[in-house]
Structures are given as structure tokens and as C-alpha cells.
Design a protein around this ligand. Structure first.
Ligand code: GYE
Length: 327
């Protein structure tokens, strides 16, 4: 018990320190009175995530919003603890990235009782959860992303004149919205189409190192029987490509590579022909989060769902037209 209390005090202190040091407001009354946003981030598992954190910090500066940001280091319990400390500190608005979909009910009830509006950023919570427990979701349409990945393969199979493509899927963090929906959107397009077979799905937790391990395991189990890798993020894809090359195979040729995110490194490999399709998912959500926080603090109504516009880049496109990605 005492240990828990000490931990809580430590957390509040570190959050306060962060408040003093990062995204620091201008001195004086105006800053004191500005909007105070508590943002719980899940960690720094990928370049996408690092870009997302930066986007939130920079947008807070631009909007003159005081930001208390916590890094949960990939643990839901840390995220919940951070949210509780934000509530105790009476922030004006809460925002967080739900690492997985389940398990938020209690802490969200606490936010609701404290009268603090809630923004879900980037990932969703379970659709079973009482909808009155959050105000808005701002983030990608992951079902669409899965569909775009499959749409590319529908074109590719025609192009190759292949009868059949055997797909191995490297999925993201289990029970996270992007992993669930990138999988189901993809399947919704190829279900019942006998030209496609998903030979195995294996989770690489959105980590580059695990992406490599997954690919090694897939090659060991299926050898030359994999025609396509569908990987739920670029980080895992980069790891998988390393494993493919170490096995003496040519990514993009011997194995078709389909990935999601659109970080600079993936676009570079698309240009080199080592990746065939990159489905875009933008981490640049900071400005949307800040605008929503301002509206919620002012008591304005906001939409329930906001999806940024996103595209897809494939080997069939003019790749010179893609500008620098910034993540
Ligand atoms: O695709 C991945 C990151 O939640 C959309 O999380 C995000 C995903 C993104 O680690 O790279």
C-alpha cells in the first residue's frame, strides 16, 4: 500500500517535472491560466510512435497548451496510473493512446466523475465500452488500411498472372485496434477468393526486432512457400526484410512485401523495389488533438470520430511525387 502511494507520488512528481521542462508554457499569468492537457502515450516502439509524440509536443507549443505527457513504456498499467495522476491533478482535458482495446472502463468512469473530457488518440477502445465515457476518437481508419493492402494484392495477382498467392501476416500488438482492424479489413476483401491463402499470422508487437524474429520463424516453418508478407507496420517490415535478405532471398521479388505506416525508411525501400506497397497511416495527429482539446474545454460539441486523410503508395505509382515523410 505504502509502496503504491510512493509510486503515485513519484509519478505525479515526474509528470510535474515534465510539465516544467517540456512543452513549457511562457511564464506568467496567461500561461498559468492556459489549457492544461494530460496526454498518456504508450511508449516509443516505432518511428511512427516517435513521430506521433513529436507531433503532439509541437502542436501543444503552437497552440499555447500546457502539456503533461507520460510515457507508459508499453504497459497498460502504467498508462492507467498516468491517467489517474492527471485526474488527481485536475487537468482540463485528458487524451491518451489506448495500447489495447480492453480494460479502460474504470479509469474512464473516474474521469467522467471528475468532469474531465476525454480524447482517444490514434487507437480505439472496445466498442462494447459505454460510449459516454469518451468524447471523441481521432485517428486512422484501420479497416480502410487493411482494405487498401488487399486492393493492392488484387491488382498484383492480375499483373503477375499468378493463380494463387500464399500470404504470411505479421500482426501488430494483440488486441490493439490497428492490429485487429488491419487484419479484418484485409480479410474482408479476399475472403472466399480461392486465389489467396493466409498460411500463418504471427504477432511482432509492432517492433522491428520482433519483425525479424517472426520472419525467421516463418521462413523456417514455410520455406519457399510464402509469396507475400503482409506486415502491420513498417518497423516490423524492416526487420523482416533483414531476415529475408539473410536467407538469400530478394524482398520485393521473391517475396512481395506489403506494409503499413509510410515512414521514410519504407518509402526509400519502395523506391529501391524491396517493398511493393506502403499503406499510409499518419502519426501527425497533434494539431487535431489540440483543436479538440480547445473545443472540449470551451464546452463545444465535437464529432465522435475524426479520421485524417490517408493514401497508399505502390510500385505502380509515380514514386518521385512522394514528398519527405517527416517520420
Ligand atoms: O502503425 C505502429 C505503431 O497505433 C497506428 O502503432 C499506430 C501503430 C503504428 O507502433 O507503427
Amino acid at each position: 500500500m505504502a509502496m503504491k502511494r510512493n509510486l503515485l507520488i513519484l509519478l505525479i512528481l515526474s509528470v510535474l517535472l515534465c510539465l516544467a521542462g517540456c512543452g513549457a508554457p511562457k511564464a506568467g499569468r496567461e500561461a498559468e491560466e492556459g489549457l492544461l492537457l494530460g496526454f498518456a502515450q504508450i511508449g516509443s516502439e516505432s518511428s511512427w510512435r516517435i513521430g506521433n509524440t513529436k507531433s503532439v509536443q509541437e502542436a501543444a507549443e503552437r497552440h499555447g497548451i500546457r502539456l503533461m505527457m507520460a510515457d507508459a513504456n508499453q504497459k497498460q498499467e502504467n498508462e492507467i496510473r498516468a491517467l489517474r495522476s492527471f485526474i488527481a491533478y485536475r487537468v482540463d482535458v485528458l487524451a491518451f493512446v489506448p495500447i489495447v482495446e480492453e480494460g479502460w472502463e474504470n479509469v474512464l468512469r473516474e474521469a467522467k466523475s471528475a468532469g474531465i473530457p476525454v480524447i482517444l488518440s490514434d487507437r480505439m477502445i472496445s466498442r462494447e465500452t459505454d460510449e459516454s465515457l469518451y468524447d471523441v476518437y481521432v485517428g486512422a481508419d484501420f479497416l480502410e488500411e487493411g482494405k487498401k493492402a488487399a486492393a493492392y494484392l488484387l491488382k498484383k495477382i492480375e499483373d503477375l498472372g499468378a493463380g494463387r498467392l500464399r500470404i504470411a501476416e505479421i500482426s501488430g500488438t494483440l488486441d490493439s485496434t490497428p492490429a485487429l482492424e488491419r487484419a479484418s479489413g484485409f480479410r474482408s476483401m479476399i475472403a472466399g477468393d480461392e486465389r489467396f491463402e493466409i498460411v500463418e499470422t504471427i504477432s511482432g508487437d509492432f517492433l522491428r526486432s520482433k519483425g525479424k524474429e517472426c520472419m525467421q520463424a516463418l521462413l523456417e516453418r514455410h520455406g519457399g512457400e510464402i509469396d507475400v508478407i503482409y506486415s502491420h507496420n513498417d518497423g516490423m517490415t524492416l526487420g523482416a526484410i533483414e531476415a529475408i535478405e539473410e536467407a538469400g532471398l530478394v524482398p520485393g521479388k521473391d517475396i512481395i512485401i506489403v506494409t503499413v505506416d509510410g515512414e521514410q525508411a519504407a518509402i526509400d525501400l519502395l523506391r529501391e523495389g524491396k517493398i511493393n506497397c506502403v499503406v499510409e497511416c499518419t502519426p501527425m495527429l497533434g494539431d487535431a488533438v489540440m483543436e479538440l482539446a480547445e473545443k472540449l474545454k470551451a464546452g463545444e460539441t465535437v464529432p465522435r470520430i475524426i479520421h485524417p486523410e490517408e493514401t497508399v503508395f505502390t510500385e505502380y505509382d509515380d514514386l518521385d511525387a512522394i514528398g519527405p515523410r517527416g517520420y
